[in-house]
Ligand binder design. Structure first.
Ligand SMILES: NC(=O)c1ccc[n+]([C@@H]2O[C@H](COP(=O)([O-])OP(=O)(O)OC[C@H]3O[C@@H](n4cnc5c(N)ncnc54)[C@H](OP(=O)(O)O)[C@@H]3O)[C@@H](O)[C@H]2O)c1
Length: 306
């Protein structure tokens, strides 16, 4: 794999949607795309945070073409509203980057009755993808990119018997489940695209470990402890952490169903390449079941073969 972040061919005339684009990896991803001349729709829940981020990128990247559109991924009606507004303004979409996420949040039920992390990280993106997929051209450089994590290695199956964690909540397990679900979704979406004869690709990526606002649910002393002890050795900064997802979106050598991440110690940092997919994320029966449960939960309707 020869992807070079400093040598991205011009992406002028192309359009991307990046969820959670106002900070962390989504912000860096937006900046990379804008530098390459791509127009980016920043799909964010807070207008003021998005506008601040936009101003900062515009200052850094001359001629950056950015648009803000509001969406709360943890609320299915907001996702539907976003898709409706997007479709009024745009009739095609080259890249959808399902990036937004929260980690280790205290138990909360979303307005739709889902556990909060699962709602924002997974179910919202499942529905969003179903609502925009037909706008994505039938070609291999048109892609859906899904953010997973090393955390997918920490849980071996989706808790189908209690997917919303109503019986017993474990915030670490719940986060890991969302990231396993995102990877399973990415693989299953690719399978269904192929079955339908579509050339559009579904690719997953993870950043390793990168110091972003994702730690917002930790106590400040816990963040400091990590930041000033193991942090410098095991993590890499967001501009590097975002490279695997940019590669997943743009590298012509990437195939559908692949998973990209850093190649250093335990995939925590380092240059991007193919990442390890745990066998349970490739379990065809579980992937199909998760898809069906997700359809039931979100009401998503797909025009793809089963
Ligand atoms: N950083 C890491 O080490 C790491 C490791 C593995 C995987 N990841 C994954 O990478 C992705 C990006 O994380 P990050 O590290 O960049 O975290 P971050 O700095 O906290 O950024 C997360 C983004 O998601 C947005 N978001 C959260 N909930 C949302 C919702 N309900 N609706 C719309 N937007 C929402 C946030 O918006 P607000 O600013 O308004 O809150 C923010 O823009 C996540 O999927 C995460 O699981 C990160």
């Amino acid at each position: 794999m020869t992807f070079e972040i400093d040598n991205i061919p011009s992406q002028a005339g192309r359009l991307a949607v990046i969820t959670g684009a106002n900070t962390g990896l989504g912000y860096e991803n937006t900046r990379y795309f804008a530098e390459a001349g791509m127009k980016v729709v920043m799909a964010c829940r807070s207008e003021s945070r998005a506008r601040n981020a936009m101003a900062s990128i515009e200052q850094e990247v001359e001629g950056a073409d950015l648009e803000f559109m509001q969406v709360d991924l943890s609320d299915l009606s907001s996702v539907r509203e976003f898709a409706k507004t997007f479709r009024k303004k745009h009739d095609t979409l080259d890249l959808l980057v399902n990036n937004a996420g929260i980690m280790w949040a205290p138990y909360e039920k979303s307005v739709d009755g889902f556990e909060g992390q699962m709602a924002a990280n997974y179910f919202g993106h499942f529905l969003l993808t179903s609502l925009l997929l037909d706008l994505i051209p039938d070609e291999p450089d048109a892609r859906v990119v899904n953010l997973s994590s090393i955390a997918h290695t920490q849980i071996k199956r989706i808790r189908f018997q209690d997917i919303h964690w109503e019986k017993r909540y474990n915030k670490f397990g719940a986060y890991a489940q969302t990231k396993l679900a995102c990877l399973m979704f990415s693989i299953e979406l690719q399978r269904r695209l192929e079955l339908a004869g579509r050339k559009t690709l579904s690719v997953a990526a993870h950043p390793g470990v990168s110091d972003t606002e994702l730690v917002r649910y930790l106590k400040p002393w816990q963040v400091s402890m990590i930041r000033y002890t193991v942090g410098p050795f095991l993590t890499h900064p967001p501009p590097e952490g975002a490279i695997p997802q940019v590669m997943a979106a743009l590298d012509p050598d990437v195939d559908g169903g692949e998973y990209l991440g850093p190649q250093g110690f335990r995939e925590m940092s380092g240059p991007p390449g193919r990442a390890k997919i745990m066998p349970w994320a490739r379990n065809a029966d579980a992937n199909r079941r998760l898809w069906e449960v997700s359809e039931q939960c979100t009401g998503a309707e797909w025009s793809l073969e089963a």
